[in-house]
Design a binder for this molecule. Structure first.
Ligand SMILES: Cc1cc2nc3c(=O)[nH]c(=O)nc-3n(C[C@H](O)[C@H](O)[C@H](O)COP(=O)(O)O)c2cc1C
Length: 176
């Protein structure tokens, strides 16, 4: 089973979580081996056509309420093809407020893709102040109310998205 994980973010936490999704998929599914999984960083790599993939997991980081732009571009460009594949959607973001999270999902992903998706998950977020310039640090301090690094990445949500993606697809059984 060919799997595409297409992700985008600027400061590393999205990349890290996308890698964990790949490892978890490979470990729980007998039908998915490392060479079946393409991990594509939409920040630096060309968005691949979903043709040829059985499963697509797409998502990215949220900045000022908006999903990272190249992920939005990928979803818009291939919307129709994504509707024909097993699809998982994720965000990396810090908000834990349910209403705000729902609004962010609604703004980030086209409604028909959300409806079609087998999984929709918030993986949490991380801010490392030393990764930001002085202006950005000042802005983040105002938003977060602190200058402390924040790590709310949630590995349980990695297991959750992989579980949702593999359970009904029957990919956890013996390899063909
Ligand atoms: C400039 C900036 C703006 C952010 N805006 C939001 C936001 O509007 N909502 C939210 O939930 N998280 C927000 N975050 C948190 C990020 O989504 C979170 O840190 C995420 O893990 C970043 O992913 P990355 O490490 O791949 O860049 C913001 C972070 C930064 C640096």
């Amino acid at each position: 089973m060919k799997v595409l994980i297409a992700y985008g973010g600027k400061h590393g936490s999205t990349k890290e979580m996308a890698g964990k999704i790949a490892s978890e998929l490979e470990s729980v599914s007998a039908q998915i081996s490392p060479e079946d999984v393409d991990l594509i960083d939409l920040r630096t790599q060309k968005a691949p056509d979903p043709d040829g993939y059985d499963m697509v997991i797409a998502g990215g980081a949220v900045y000022m309420g908006s999903l990272y732009k190249s992920v939005r571009g990928f979803l818009e460009k291939y919307r129709v093809k994504l509707l024909e594949r097993r699809l998982g959607l994720f965000l990396t973001c810090l908000t834990e407020d349910e209403g705000e999270l729902e609004q962010t999902f609604a703004k980030s992903f086209p409604a028909d893709l959300r409806e079609h998706a087998a999984a929709e998950v918030n993986l949490g977020g991380r801010i490392v102040f030393s990764n930001h310039n002085r202006i950005s640090r000042g802005m983040l301090k105002k938003v977060t109310g602190s200058e402390e690094d924040i790590d709310k990445l949630n590995p349980e949500q990695v297991q959750h998205i992989v579980h949702l993606m593999t359970e009904e697809a029957g990919t956890t059984g013996e390899a063909k």
